[in-house]
Write a protein that binds this ligand. Structure first.
Ligand SMILES: [Zn+2]
Ligand SMILES: [Zn+2]
Length: 242
């Protein structure tokens, strides 16, 4: 199995990442990717945190292909509360191709297993969210089955995040559990590198190792081909309509 579109990447606009969009596109091309989604972090809760909301509104000026790879507009929005509220206005989300939502300590300090689960389940019910990022992060204990089923029942995907294996200790077992639950329940999975530097765009060594180990079928992995990724985006866009 190959991953052809990287659905989780950060540029310097995130404030703690180190490459420009141009460098990220070159990195994607070097890895043989067909495309990547730029998912800089949402602006956070209290203002003054990068990037400015204008960053997302103005992504429309960027071309659909950069250095020969597809460029898609996205965000990794912050989940703010137990209602699954996000730090991005709906009008802004509507202009994007792909919306990740995730739990981050600066906006949602870890709570009980039930509360962390509820926040992710509610975010997955948000009509403009396409997937939740790094659900396998052990800092946030969750009832993985409830989260996986919420993704399936809302037509969303659960991200398996390659960077988690390196920077979020204890992720392997959690990601394995989530991936196995996705296989058992027929829930779709999306793979993100979570690159914060051009060299990591399209890096999926750990995710693919896990998938080989457990026999994950490509049919459940939405970004294993351009056709399946485009099909997922079309389904998601259709369900956004009132
Ligand atoms: Zn994140
Ligand atoms: Zn990220």
């Amino acid at each position: 199995m190959k991953i052809v579109i990287d659905t989780h990447t950060h540029s310097i606009a995130s404030g703690h990442a180190y490459s420009t969009v141009d460098e990220m596109a070159r990195g994607a091309r070097k890895r043989g990717m067909r495309g990547f989604v730029l998912t800089d972090h949402g602006p956070g809760i209290s203002g003054g945190i990068l990037p400015h909301p204008y960053h997302f509104g103005n992504l429309r000026i960027l071309p659909e292909r950069i250095h020969g790879v597809r460029f898609l507009k996205g965000v990794e929005a912050n989940i703010l509360d137990l209602e699954g509220s996000l730090d991005m206005a709906e009008a802004m989300l509507l202009g994007l191709d792909f919306v990740l939502a995730g739990l981050h300590e600066r906006c949602f300090p870890p709570r009980s297993r039930e509360e962390n689960t509820l926040a992710l389940v509610k975010a997955l019910a948000h009509p403009l969210v396409d997937a939740v990022s790094h659900a396998g992060n052990p800092v946030y204990p969750i009832d993985a089955r409830s989260v996986v089923l919420a993704a399936r029942d809302n037509g969303k995907a659960i991200e398996i995040n390659n960077s988690s294996f390196r920077i979020r200790p204890g992720s392997h077992e959690r990601c394995r559990e989530i991936a196995l639950l996705c296989m058992e329940t027929g829930t779709r999975v999306v793979c993100g590198s979570d690159a914060h530097f051009w060299l990591d765009v399209g890096r999926f060594d750990k995710v693919l190792e896990l998938f080989r180990e457990i026999g994950m079928p490509a049919s459940l992995v939405v970004n294993s081909s351009e056709a399946s990724f485009d099909h997922f985006l079309e389904q998601r866009k259709a369900s956004r309509r009132p």
